[in-house]
Design a binder for this molecule. Structure first.
Ligand SMILES: Nc1ncnc2c1ncn2[C@@H]1O[C@H](COP(=O)(O)OP(=O)(O)OP(=O)(O)O)[C@@H](O)[C@H]1O
Length: 359
């Protein structure tokens, strides 16, 4: 059987998730929590966190110690929070913890296996613990191990597994009960480049072909870029950004990157005299010109000619996730956005001043 199809042929799928449209046509969040606080003694790991996570793949980002693991464990009901309430899928959080846990597949960051068990036994044990009857659980375990790329190694004891195989084992264990929501904590750690690409493909596939919602907690920003629809950035226990990757990538105002042949400072002064903002990007040797509408770009050629310069390259600017992360973590950028895709009107970004530089 095609492993990619395995998920769709499982009979008696135990979980169904109802994702209705809201009045404004956007999808209802799968997670809605309000005013969640968690303290460990004097440490405030989560401070009054309110969050709406839409269906799809959401990257959960943040510097070390920002509260990602605490948030995940809180959602799973693995730790007690001092304040907050909400909903996870169709269940009240934190009251209906058991039902919530049944509906989530969790891949923890740390190893989780029982020494002495074969891979297939480990996965079917999880299937049984999730309530699947023995034979159905075993069948499903084989399907998930196929899906995760296991061959005959499934019959080896898990302590002989490489780091990459342990990651895949955890993935199969998280998937075996066919949950509608997956929470994956650093799922690509320790994978070689090929395995990493395969893992990301599986994650994307689960979302697009099998309708799973996925929260991906990671420090690997290219992973986020390649599979996530939305991004949440936590800093010091507070949510600093929730938005679609697409919105975040788009500069707040239309911006062009221009490489100039000749005296770029003279060209920059000419552009500034027309009321546009110009920054010199030393690394790329280009000018970043803000506030230029696409229909105004012919003017750039005109101004370049006036200064006896020429334009070598001209392309629309895109915010890099790396820069967004650095700006948010350092406090030079804040964005407060409805988590629902497309709702970006109230975004407030304070990067312009911080980044402004003269050529
Ligand atoms: N059991 C605990 N007892 C005391 N403090 C804790 C405990 N667990 C976490 N913390 C603290 O709470 C804060 C948030 O930690 P958390 O592990 O949630 O962050 P994180 O974003 O997951 O970090 P990392 O990216 O390093 O995994 C940190 O200051 C951490 O030291």
């Amino acid at each position: 059987m095609d492993p990619a199809r395995a998920l769709s042929v499982v009979q008696g799928t135990p979980h169904r998730v109802h994702v209705p449209l809201q009045r404004d046509g956007t999808l209802e969040p799968i997670i809605e929590i309000d005013n969640v606080s968690k303290r460990y003694g004097d440490i405030e790991a989560l401070r009054d966190v309110s969050l709406r996570i839409p269906p799809g793949v959401t990257g959960l980002l943040g510097p070390n110690g920002s509260g990602k693991s605490t948030l995940i464990k809180a959602l799973l009901g693995l730790l007690h929070t001092q304040a907050g309430n909400g909903r996870v899928l169709d269940y009240k959080w934190p009251r209906e913890t058991k039902a919530i846990r049944d509906s989530i597949g969790y891949l923890p960051e740390d190893d989780c296996y029982i020494a002495g068990l074969e891979g297939i036994e480990s996965v079917s044990l999880m299937a049984q613990l999730s309530g699947l009857p023995g034979r159905e659980g075993l069948r499903r375990s084989h399907e998930m191990m196929d899906f995760c790329g296991f061959g005959e190694e499934r019959y080896r004891e898990v302590e002989s597994y490489s780091t990459g195989m342990r990651q895949k084992l955890k993935f199969a264990q998280a998937l075996v009960h066919d949950p509608p929501l997956l929470i994956l904590d650093e799922p690509t750690t320790g994978l070689d480049p090929d395995q990493r690409v395969a893992m990301l493909r599986r994650i994307r596939n689960l979302s697009t072909r099998h309708g799973k919602s996925i929260i991906l907690s990671t420090h690997i920003l290219p992973d986020v870029r390649s599979v996530c629809d939305h991004v949440v950035i936590l800093v010091q226990g507070t949510v600093r950004v929730i938005d679609t990757l697409e919105n975040l990538s788009r500069p707040i105002e239309p911006t062009m990157h221009v490489s100039v042949i000749g005296d770029h400072a003279a060209f920059a002064r000419r552009v500034v005299s027309e009321g546009h903002r110009v920054e010199w990007q030393a690394k790329s040797g280009t000018l970043r010109i803000s506030g230029i509408q696409p229909e105004q770009t012919p003017l750039l050629w005109h101004w370049a000619a006036e200064c006896d310069t020429a334009i070598g390259r001209l392309e629309p600017a895109v915010n890099s996730l790396e820069q967004i992360f650095i700006d948010v973590a350092s406090g030079t950028m804040t964005a407060g956005i409805s988590a629902t895709a497309g709702a970006s009107a109230d975004r407030t970004v304070q990067t312009a001043e911080a980044r402004r530089a003269s050529p």
